[in-house]
Design a protein around this ligand. Structure first.
Ligand code: DC
Length: 253
């Protein structure tokens, strides 16, 4: 299980027009979490694929000196392992039978997140078309969710403060998070962004997006107290600035 690394050194700077300065170092060079954040800050970022969650979450985590957790990577990592081992990802019983076999680790540095399965770096391998096409079926298996949500909660608990992105962070994984964002964008805009990332045609991407949206819907949700941000007409910096602004309001009480 991943134990996120500790921050080192002083962080100060400005991102998206928001000034950030933090850091009281101990003699060992470790930044004091209490000095940095007061109470632990967890920011939940949920929303459909292609809304820009990853970039916005990483940007906000960097700006705020927090760790970053891509919960989707845990579902992708298990799916990668199942495919590698010839397990039928459409067969829930087979998936359940093997779900606890791989050791899944996720690194939480927003500058360089990584995913490992049994010690093998699969950061790139979990983004292939094959994994993307199979992961929704795996992620909807209830026992898989119980197992991976426990892993995600452990990672969140062992961090001093974190931006966690996914589909059910504000509703299920960390319902106590003091900052919850639901990031959306219209379907066409999401497909265009995703097409650029995955190098598919816009039509293929849109069809795949619609299929995945409907498969993921049962486990996706907007928390009642989440702030919705529609990123359709916003730049990445603008989305990051909004999330940072919400976090600073919480920090400042
Ligand atoms: O965000 P993504 O495309 O990497 O997510 C991969 C899959 O995992 C997708 O089917 C949605 C699912 N998922 C989920 O069910 N719950 C989460 N917290 C994160 C992702």
């Amino acid at each position: 299980m991943a134990v996120p690394g500790r921050r080192r050194g002083r962080r100060a700077g400005s991102i998206a027009g928001v000034n950030i300065s933090a850091g009281l170092e101990s003699e060992t060079g470790e930044v004091s979490d209490t000095a940095l954040h007061g109470a632990k800050l967890v920011i939940a970022v949920d929303g459909p694929s292609g809304a820009g969650k990853s970039s916005a979450s990483r940007g906000a985590a960097t700006a705020l000196g927090l760790r970053y957790l891509d919960t989707g990577a845990t579902y992708r990592a298990l799916t990668w392992w199942l495919l590698e081992h010839g397990v039928d990802t459409e067969d829930p019983e087979a998936v359940v039978a093997h779900a606890r076999e791989p050791r899944i680790e996720v690194g939480t540095d927003p500058a360089a997140p990584w995913t490992r399965v049994d010690g093998t770096d699969v950061t790139e391998a979990i983004r292939t078309r094959e994994v993307t096409g199979a992961v929704s079926a795996v992620a909807r298996v209830p026992q898989v969710r119980v197992h991976l949500i426990a892993l995600q909660r452990d990672i969140i608990a062992s961090s001093a403060g974190i931006v966690a992105e996914g589909r059910d962070i504000g509703t299920v994984v960390a319902p106590e998070a003091p900052v919850k964002v639901f990031l959306t964008a219209d379907g066409a805009a999401r497909a265009v962004r995703r097409a650029a990332q995955v190098n598919w045609s816009p039509d293929t991407t849109r069809a795949d997006q619609d299929r995945r949206d409907s498969m993921d819907a049962a486990n996706s949700g907007k928390a009642a107290n989440a702030i919705e941000i529609d990123s359709t007409a916003l730049s990445l910096d603008e989305v990051v600035a909004r999330i940072v602004g919400l976090a600073q309001r919480v920090r400042n009480g």
